[in-house]
Design a protein around this ligand. Structure first.
Ligand SMILES: C[S@@+](CC[C@H](N)C(=O)[O-])C[C@H]1O[C@@H](n2cnc3c(N)ncnc32)[C@H](O)[C@@H]1O
Length: 156
């Protein structure tokens, strides 16, 4: 859906999804069935929506390093996740995700979350300056959006 919205606003979009059951051909959208490490080139923006929690924590830094390497100076990395510090809402999230994993609906075994301050510090180590906000008003899940901006090109 996000890919279609971006395409409608004139972006050239590439999607990455390892689970071939979830990939459908969409006009003018390049779809990679696999992982991001096969991508080359430079991007203005990268979005990771409800995926990071499925990636083991030990793999987050290599993934964020690849994002930093693939973004142009000043580009944006948008990450939508769940806020683990919201205890009640996150218990509901955990229950639902355990069920989805049990039923084989979502690929990956991990259930990795990090508190917003720690995650922003992690992003800073990859050269991003980050703001975040909860976007969960009226929702049972503790949705949180991180807007991370890659360092601008050095002044000459
Ligand atoms: C909850 S779904 C979200 C899918 C999509 N972003 C959306 O918002 O509809 C999580 C997705 O992460 C994918 N996934 C699991 N492990 C992954 C990994 N290591 N790298 C990329 N995607 C992964 C799963 O195949 C699944 O489609």
């Amino acid at each position: 859906m996000l890919a279609v919205l971006a395409r409608e606003r004139g972006a050239r979009v590439t999607t990455v999804e390892p689970d071939d059951r979830k990939v459908q051909p969409l006009k003018d959208i390049r779809a990679v069935i696999g992982f991001d490490d096969v991508l080359r080139g430079e991007f203005d923006a990268i979005t990771i929506v409800d995926v990071l929690y499925k990636v083991p924590l030990a793999d987050w830094d290599p993934l964020l390093a690849r994002c930093a390497a693939r973004l142009r100076a000043g580009g944006r990395l948008l990450i939508k996740e769940q806020d683990p510090t919201a205890r009640f809402k996150n218990s509901w999230n955990r229950l639902q995700e355990s069920l989805a994993t049990l039923l084989g609906l979502t690929l990956g075994e991990a259930f990795s979350y990090e508190a917003p301050e720690a995650f922003a510090a992690r992003l800073a180590r990859h050269g991003f300056s980050t703001t975040w906000r909860r976007v969960d008003f009226g929702y049972p899940h503790p949705h949180i959006l991180y807007i991370a901006t890659a360092s601008p090109a050095p002044q000459r």
